[in-house]
Design a protein around this ligand. Structure first.
Ligand code: G1P
Ligand code: ZN
Length: 564
């Protein structure tokens, strides 16, 4: 067999490859047209591993099927070969959901994985692409690793590549390549990425109980929308083949490079089709996933919406319905700072530790690795547990189906019983997407200096007949209880004396301009008020947030792009 040549190609450093909340995300055109841009970032990522680590390791590669993924995978293969990586495991046709990558990294004891995704951002030639690195625990690389990648990307002069290798991504099995000056062959293994993941779910949930709910004599009809993202094959295998739901339960199940021209983001705006189909009353349960399958939106009969902050609280209150937690026990609960305090009520009543972390899943991973955390969630449609180190959309769906099966109640009944017992945290998020960066940054600066002014504390704001007095305002800062690392500037929060919160944050996952997020959380325990419309309940706090931030005046935006 001829040995494949390793070539060193000259490149120039880039200063804009700092990974954001979840990897490097840019417009496809940036990856495509800036010279060696993709190669630079791959080299910087592989450069985080020492030569000896690379030699013996297994590294996973796969993604959500979006445009440019195939090209990026072939580049990774060629560069991994040239950089001395021993063994690559790649999903068939490149398909690997983010939770499945996390699962398989852990199962195979791989050193990490490279995920080609921009998650919920649109795809296609005019959409976004992304490259994300996960480490050996299966979770997104922590800041010390992403920092190292960034430093390398700013100083690279060359990268290594075996230009004449290319792999057949469609055939399951091993391909072996001889590389010049290397003793051991370079192995590429193409796997069915749904297998390990399905086995894992079988060990977490009571599949028989869910099967009865979906196909027994009183079966409910479900509708699961993969939004043309990576989840189609996973939904078909788990829901239809394993759990007996009819094939028609899975919609938009073929991964498309451009997600059918849609935004693969499971929220009320971008999953409007699911909401419309659910409204007819034909289905008892519905869910949608994002492009890479880590996010979920849960809907009940007639499109009854479960707010993600409530979703994690309901699961926490019903862990007894899930066999996994009976065997592992419950070590702790966690939510990101902007997520509503619904989970805190369950933690307090069950006497379980509760952690409040910055936005982004990586902060949960540290707590899980230390055995301090079992279940966590984010308001941004992320729910998961310590079974892996990513949020997990299909896991959340099976958690809800397990609860429905054991409580013998509908989604709406479960939710309403929960509010009756714990009270309700009304929550909303306003997103202003692709705002000009300059006024967005100025707005954040102005709010922050307002919070630092001592006269702000104790100040009362009034709107629509309601008054709120400021108790505290700060830029959220987190000290990791495991390693003591401090993460600063994680969102401006204003906490009022009744516990209501208004939070301003700039997104770390956008690819153009700035996205401003306003989060509002307010608790109500009066049973006569807990069934009101959150937008009505929170209207006064929204007015106050807009007044404090002067958002409309500063950005020229009169309405948010998305309201959740
Ligand atoms: C968003 C969400 C955040 C989530 C992240 C990755 O980040 O708000 O909760 O962890 O996507 O899915 P952001 O754009 O707000 O930085
Ligand atoms: Zn995602």
């Amino acid at each position: 067999m001829v040995a494949h040549k390793v070539v060193q190609v000259a490149t120039k450093p880039y200063d804009d490859q700092k990974p954001g909340t979840s990897g490097l995300r840019k417009r496809v055109s940036v990856f495509q047209s800036k010279p060696h841009y993709t190669e630079n970032f791959i080299q910087a990522t592989l450069g985080c591993l020492s030569p000896s680590e690379r030699e013996g390791c297994t590294l996973l590669v796969g993604g959500d099927g979006r445009f440019y993924m195939g090209i990026a995978i072939q580049l990774i293969v060629r560069m991994a070969a040239a950089n001395g990586v021993g063994h690559l495991v790649i999903g068939q046709n490149g398909i690997f959901s983010t939770p499945a990558v996390s699962c398989t990294i852990r199962k195979r004891k791989a050193i990490g994985g490279i995920i080609l995704t921009a998650s919920h951002n649109p795809g296609g030639p005019n959409g976004d692409f992304g490259i994300k690195y996960n480490t050996a625990n299966g979770g997104p690389a922590p800041e010390n690793v992403t920092g190292k990648i960034f430093e390398l990307s700013k100083s690279l002069q060359t990268y290594n590549i075996c230009p004449d290798i290319s792999v057949d991504l469609s055939t399951i099995g091993q391909q072996s390549f001889t590389i010049e000056n290397k003793d051991k062959p370079f192995i590429v293994e193409i796997v069915d990425s749904v297998l390990d993941y399905t086995d894992m779910l079988k060990n977490i949930f009571d599949f028989n109980a869910i099967k009865l709910l979906l196909s027994g004599p009183h079966a409910i009809k479900v509708r699961l929308d993969a939004m043309h993202g990576v989840m189609g094959p996973y939904v078909k295998r788990v829901l239809c083949h394993e759990l007996g739901a009819p094939e028609t339960s899975a919609v938009n199940g073929i991964p498309k490079e451009d997600f059918g021209g849609h935004h693969p983001d499971p929220n009320l705006t971008y999953a409007a089709d699911l909401v419309a189909s659910m409204s007819s009353g034909e289905y008892g349960f519905g869910a949608a996933f994002d492009g890479d399958g880590d996010r979920n939106m849960i809907l009940g009969h007639k499109a009854f919406f479960v707010n993600p902050s409530d979703s994690v609280a309901v699961i926490a209150a019903n862990l007894g319905s899930i066999p996994y937690f009976q065997s592992t026990g419950v070590h702790g609960l966690a939510r990101s700072m902007p997520t509503s305090g619904a989970l805190d009520r369950v933690a307090a009543s069950e006497n379980i530790a509760l952690y409040e972390t910055p936005t982004g899943w990586k902060f949960f991973g540290n707590l899980m690795d230390a055995g301090k955390l079992s279940l966590c969630g984010e308001e941004s449609f992320g729910t998961g547990s310590d079974h892996i180190r990513e949020k997990d959309g299909l896991w959340a769906v099976l958690a809800w189906l397990s609860i429905m099966a054991s409580r013998k109640q509908s989604v709406e009944e479960i939710m309403k019983d929960h509010w009756a017992k714990y009270g309700r945290n009304f929550f909303t998020r306003y997103d202003y997407e692709e705002v000009d960066a300059a006024p967005a940054n100025e707005m954040m600066k102005a709010i922050e200096s307002m919070l630092q002014d001592s006269s702000f504390h104790g100040k009362t704001f009034e709107a629509e007949g309601k008054a709120y007095t400021v108790q505290k305002g700060d830029n959220f800062e987190y000290t990791d209880p495991v390693d003591g690392s401090v993460t600063k500037k994680q969102g401006l929060r204003i906490i009022f004396t009744d516990g209501s919160r208004v939070i301003f944050r700039l997104s770390g996952t956008g690819s153009a301009g700035a996205t401003i997020r306003i989060y509002i959380d307010s608790y109500e325990k009066d049973p006569s008020k807990i069934h009101q419309d959150p937008q009505v309940m929170l209207a006064p706090l929204v007015s106050i947030a807009l007044k404090i931030s002067q958002l409309r005046e500063r950005t020229g935006r009169n309405a948010p792009t998305v309201i959740t």
